[in-house]
Design a binder for this molecule. Structure first.
Ligand SMILES: C[S@@+](CC[C@H](N)C(=O)[O-])C[C@H]1O[C@@H](n2cnc3c(N)ncnc32)[C@H](O)[C@@H]1O
Length: 213
């Protein structure tokens, strides 16, 4: 095969793969969010999740009909936009927490531009303090801030998580300080069932709550 056909084929496959990440579009908001994500696909430079990890979060929320989500570590909002997209369909809302003011403000602007701001309650502050003080019950958590604190975030969220809910944590493939300790802890719990999503190159752990303690 001539080189130019090989290049065209690779290019076509890349476009196909990027399109495959997006869910079917049902309404005007879907089209607005997708357009925003496509326009900004190469602009996420603040430790944000990949497009495919965003889709994993979207699917988890939609498949389980989750409505009350918490994200620990907003950064500039890529993962939050994917979760808010799913919550726009389940009638839910996301609380997301970020300690860095510049990232928090950028995330707020991104939420507005993507059209998802009404589904997100963005909070500026230290999650070490804000997470234990969250009031109410939740059914989905995405932990993506300081890895060495994952176990503490989990312990703080456990009593607030509904049975059937899921605590997810990002970057579980990393050798970062705290990841192994967190995984050993959640895997040891009888009232949770923990698996690792292997679709994600970074690793996303999924701990489903199967009973109260
Ligand atoms: C990996 S990034 C999050 C990426 C984001 N989930 C996304 O995909 O767009 C981690 C973020 O957690 C924030 N962070 C770290 N420690 C924190 C803490 N104690 N409280 C709140 N945010 C924290 C960092 O400032 C950083 O923006």
């Amino acid at each position: 095969m001539k080189l130019k056909y090989v290049i065209l084929l690779i290019f076509g496959l890349l476009i196909f793969e990027a399109q495959a990440q997006f869910p079917e579009l049902e309404n005007r908001l879907d089209r607005k969010i997708k357009a925003f994500l496509e326009e900004n696909a190469n602009n996420w430079r603040d430790m944000n999740v990949s497009l495919s990890d965003g889709r994993v979060l979207y699917d988890l929320i939609l498949e389980n009909n989750y409505t009350a989500a918490v994200e620990i570590g907003t950064s500039t909002g890529h993962s939050a936009i994917w979760m808010a997209w799913a919550l726009s369909k389940t009638g839910g809302k996301l609380i997301t927490i970020e300690i860095d003011k510049v990232r928090y403000l950028k995330a707020k602007a991104n939420f507005k531009n993507a059209g998802v701001e009404e589904f997100i309650d963005a909070r500026l502050g230290d999650a070490h303090e804000l997470v234990p003080n969250l009031e109410g019950k939740y059914d989905f958590v995405f932990s993506d801030a300081d890895k060495y604190w994952y176990k503490n975030y989990f312990i703080a969220m456990d009593p607030k998580l509904e049975v059937g809910g899921c605590f997810t944590a990002h970057n579980t493939s990393m050798r970062a300080h705290g990841i192994r300790e967190f995984l050993d802890y959640v895997e040891s719990l009888d009232h949770y069932k923990t698996t690792i999503n292997r679709q994600s190159r970074s690793g996303i752990s999924l701990s489903y709550k199967i009973a109260e303690k």
